[in-house]
Write a protein that binds this ligand. Structure first.
Ligand SMILES: Nc1nc2c(ncn2[C@@H]2O[C@H](COP(=O)(O)OP(=O)(O)OP(=O)(O)O)[C@@H](O)[C@H]2O)c(=O)[nH]1
Length: 300
């Protein structure tokens, strides 16, 4: 048990290859949808802090883009750098893997995690998908051999299974110290950023199979007027064909993306939202370092 009379505070990196469930895990730990998720790998592009303060413990989680092996494009290089830098200067690492599946990209993450000095927890996720839990046991033993110093915790982020145990283990490993953020702050990101990410999530979820992942979103207006929050968002794509896909037949697709994003925004901002979406072609942005910087991919 964590000694509740001692104040603890520290950074926790959530790392793993794309699509293992890092953002789902963060959202369930925080009890609030903050990080976007989708079935399409590489949904998360930026490091984002999710802050959880409970009693005397403040855990500052860093959700990272999944590390992946192709870094041929500027955007991919940016994502790999963000994920790697999160491993430096944290107090605990939560390495998320997908139950029985072990890939070359997991190996890449493992190679980095083996070099960290802080405690590592290995969260074996999606255990709800196992028909026979017994089949996991030899795999857990194999994982333990790969990371002898890590504590292994089987979880289901989606079904919220064993997350209390994981949190407890994280909290016990945080250093003693004063809290760095006010108790009611849950992220370091602005409301504009979160709004843009919600629109991007809906595009990825509704069109994941049809679109390459070169879609980004800019918020042009974010203004509270009385009880109504006005948000204008611009969806940037690489090609004319992608614009057509997003708009859809008679504008049906963009309408459905807008409805889904608005609902999540209303829950997150606790306000009625008027959302306007526009789609614009801006060729080559995902492989242009200057364009990436202008779109807020800062540490390039
Ligand atoms: N069955 C099951 N699915 C899960 C679980 N956790 C996450 N998922 C699903 O796995 C997919 C990927 O989840 P994300 O949370 O976006 O994964 P991520 O690791 O953040 O992905 P990147 O952004 O690509 O790095 C989504 O469809 C989730 O619903 C789980 O415990 N069980």
């Amino acid at each position: 048990m964590t000694d509740s009379s001692v104040s603890r505070c520290g950074y926790v990196a959530i790392v793993g290859r794309p699509n293992v469930g890092k953002s789902t895990l963060l959202n369930h730990i925080l009890g609030q949808k903050l990080a976007i998720t989708s079935r399409k790998p590489q949904t998360t592009r930026h490091n984002m802090l999710g802050i959880k303060t409970e009693d005397n413990v403040q855990a500052i989680y860093v959700d990272t883009p999944g590390l992946h092996k192709h870094d041929d494009k500027a955007l991919n290089r940016y994502m790999n750098r963000s994920a790697s830098s999160a491993l430096k200067d944290v107090d605990v690492v939560v390495f998320v893997v997908d139950r029985m599946r072990w890939t070359e990209e997991d190996q890449m993450v493992l190679d980095r995690v083996l070099h960290v000095r802080c405690p590592v927890l290995l969260a074996v996720n999606k255990t709800d998908r196992l028909d026979d839990k017994g089949e996991l046991i030899p795999h857990l033993a194999w994982l333990q051999e790969q990371l002898p110093n890590a504590e292994i915790v089987p979880i289901s982020a989606l079904q919220q299974h064993n997350l209390d145990t994981l949190e407890q283990l994280v909290n016990e490993r945080l250093p003693e110290g004063e809290h760095m953020f006010p108790e009611d702050q849950i992220t370091d990101r602005s409301s504009r950023f979160l709004a843009a990410e919600l629109v991007r999530e809906k595009v990825m979820r509704q069109l994941g199979a049809e679109l390459p992942y070169q879609v980004t979103v800019e918020i042009e207006e974010f203004k509270q007027e009385g009880r109504l929050l006005h948000i204008h968002a611009l969806i940037l794509v690489e090609r004319e064909g992608q614009k057509k896909i997003i708009i859809g037949d008679k504008g049906e697709r963009i309408k459905s993306i807008g409805t889904a994003a608005r609902k999540d925004m209303e829950a997150l901002f606790d306000s009625k939202v008027m959302l306007n979406l526009w789609v614009k072609v801006k060729g080559g942005w995902s492989d242009d370092e200057r364009a990436l910087r202008s779109l807020g991919y800062t540490d390039i």
